[in-house]
Design a protein around this ligand. Structure first.
Ligand code: ARG
Length: 585
């Protein structure tokens, strides 16, 4: 179903052609939902820039457009506001019919893209033998939401986990492994390094203290890189160990990822250097191979280089990303590549993209985007820590959220004198706890830092997961009580919008597809959260003002359908955030 915005946009484009000629066909009429609802529901802002271009008065331009605008089945007569905005108020009858089709359509009337297109979302991407920290958690949650949204719209999404599984630190780790677990490679399951992060710390300590150990570690790197069997096996073991730990987190978050770590691109690193050289942009600087950048300068104003091969011949993070980019374009045929990492890596990606452009790695048909996000902070505004001052393990963090949710639920059950089974309690606590962590993250504008607070994210009021889940469960209980055969209403659907709050809810329900398209474009999940929150508030206002079960037919069924549409919209929206709803809680 075409969204209201698309429908209006088309009408405006026709009016622009009638008014000013064929040349104006491709112009975006800038239709948006109204900023001030007193003036209408939608507005078009095109008259202002157009007047500038044509050297005319914007209100006159607006008048000309309106006189050629064929929207009388959709809106009341358009009006001109301020310096030349065109205001549009939708007709109730139009809305009623639109909601009726929305109800009848599968997938809430959201149009899929016409041809499936390959998209890559590179997210989560923790590092082997290191802590998977809250930054990776944020990347995992945001990346998953972006992937889900694009999948829903019909894109072919490859969810890539660009795990840090390569680099000189593996020499140190392998050497230490052989020293403390000499049997690890020969005996199956001999290895149970409970805490790989501690193992890493001990290896590092050993490395820093002993030069002979350092020498062996360096040799191990060379052996590993040349594919020597024993070193490769040791490396595999370490990766497996980490992988298992990461997987536990992904399972709990219900996030699917395909691991394709840095090591995967090893065979393609030499080619990057050859290609950069062939383009004539490779320069040797203090022994290292570099590409000099535009717009990145040092203190004295000289251009900075992006190092792609160190003076010892080794490759780095940037080389791997260049190789990965080429592979993803050539082999995966990706048309849009999205990288979800903290804002601290913005320069890295800007530099990699710039070099890729210079080297003609990036065809015009491919769009690359870095999706940066801010830091996660504790309630004291500092780095998130445990009470005793250690870094928080993600496993513990999720458990804690679930515990909080369980306590809240138990208190509620007690005060309502309700009895529920242990299974019910476990399931609700699990869903609410995990959803709260996800929603708290996604509802923030991702570019800002965010304060991690169990109390805030688990509050039953406000823009939180529990609030949204509760709204959904409540509507479902109204729907159950309404007891109509929702699935088999067929053509006998009638939606009536009489009361203001009813009208407001109806209009807003029709904006889901526009909201999802906006997330597709901006990659800002908080836009969807804002929409869902606003929708629940509009629903509450409607429910306070408009009796549902106690009203007469045909109003009663119409209102029940509005309830059902709201529930379906919440369920779909939340699913794109990676949150599953509860029928009862
Ligand atoms: N492993 C990196 C880190 O922990 C993130 C990798 C992001 N993806 C990429 N293609 N560089 O910071």
């Amino acid at each position: 179903m075409t969204s209201i915005n698309e429908q209006l946009t088309k009408k405006f484009q026709e009016a622009l052609v009638t008014s000013f000629g064929e040349d104006f066909q491709a112009i975006d009429p800038q239709v948006t939902t109204a900023r001030d609802l007193r003036h209408g529901d939608y507005q078009a802002n095109i008259a202002l820039p157009l007047a500038k271009k044509l050297g005319k008065n914007p209100r006159e331009i607006a008048q000309t457009i309106i006189s050629n605008l064929a929207v009388d089945t959709i809106c009341e007569t358009p009006t001109i506001g301020g310096p030349g905005f065109i205001n549009l108020k939708l007709k109730p009858n139009y809305l009623e019919n639109k909601l009726k089709s929305l109800y009848q359509e599968q997938g809430l009337g959201i149009e899929k893209i016409p041809d499936s297109t390959q998209v890559i979302v590179d997210f989560s991407s923790p590092n082997i033998a290191k802590e998977m920290h809250v930054g990776h958690l944020r990347s995992t949650i945001i990346g998953d939401c972006i992937a889900r949204t694009l999948e829903f719209l019909g894109y072919d999404v490859l969810r890539l986990n660009h795990v840090g599984d390569w680099g000189t630190q593996f020499g140190m780790l392998i050497t230490y492994l052989k020293e403390v677990y000499p049997d690890a490679l020969t005996q199956a399951d001999a290895l149970e390094i409970g805490d790989l992060v501690n193992f890493y710390k001990q290896a590092k300590k050993r490395f820093d203290e002993d030069t002979e150990f350092q020498q062996r570690a360096r040799e191990a790197v060379v052996k590993l890189q040349s594919g020597e069997q024993e070193s490769s096996q040791a490396w595999e073991l370490l990766c497996d160990q980490s992988r298992r730990e990461f997987q536990q987190i992904y399972d709990r978050l219900d996030v699917k990822l395909t691991e394709r770590g840095e090591s995967f691109y090893n065979p393609y690193l030499d080619d990057v250097i050859t290609a950069l050289d062939a383009e004539g942009i490779l320069k040797k600087d203090q022994g290292a191979q570099c590409v000099f950048l535009e717009g990145f300068t040092n203190k004295s104003g000289d251009p900075l280089p992006l190092i792609v091969q160190k003076s010892d011949g080794g490759y780095n993070y940037a080389t791997t990303d260049l190789a990965a980019l080429r592979y993803r374009i050539k082999e995966d045929q990706a048309k849009r590549i999205i990288y979800v990492t903290d804002a601290g890596q913005s320069n890295h990606f800007a530099q990699v993209f710039q070099v890729a452009n210079k080297a003609n790695f990036l065809p015009d048909t491919v769009e690359v985007t870095h999706v940066p996000f801010g830091l996660v902070k504790g309630e004291d505004g500092k780095k998130l820590k445990t009470r005793s001052g250690e870094t928080i393990k993600l496993k513990d963090l999720l458990n804690e959220a679930i515990n909080y949710a369980r306590k809240d639920l138990e208190n509620r059950l007690q005060s309502e004198e309700r009895k529920e089974s242990e299974d019910f309690i476990n399931n609700v606590a699990q869903t609410v706890g995990i959803s709260a962590v996800k929603y708290a993250d996604l509802s923030q504008n991702r570019s800002s830092d965010y304060i991690f607070s169990y109390d805030k994210m688990l509050a039953l009021q406000g823009n939180t997961a529990p609030y949204m889940l509760y709204a959904y469960a409540r509507i479902q209980s109204i729907s159950r009580e309404g007891n109509i055969d929702y699935e088999n209403l067929g053509e006998n659907i009638q939606i009536i919008l009489k009361e203001d709050t009813e009208m407001e809810l109806g209009k807003y329900l029709l904006q889901l597809s526009e909201t999802i398209k906006e997330v597709e474009k901006t990659l800002l999940p908080n836009r969807l959260c804002d929409y869902l929150y606003e929708l629940s508030k509009k629903f509450n206002r409607f429910y306070e003002n408009c009796p549902v079960l106690k009203s007469e037919e045909p109003t009663k069924t119409s209102r029940l359908l509005l309830c059902d549409l709201t529930a379906k919209t919440l369920k779909l929206g939340l699913s794109l955030l990676g949150i599953s709803v509860l029928e009862r809680m």
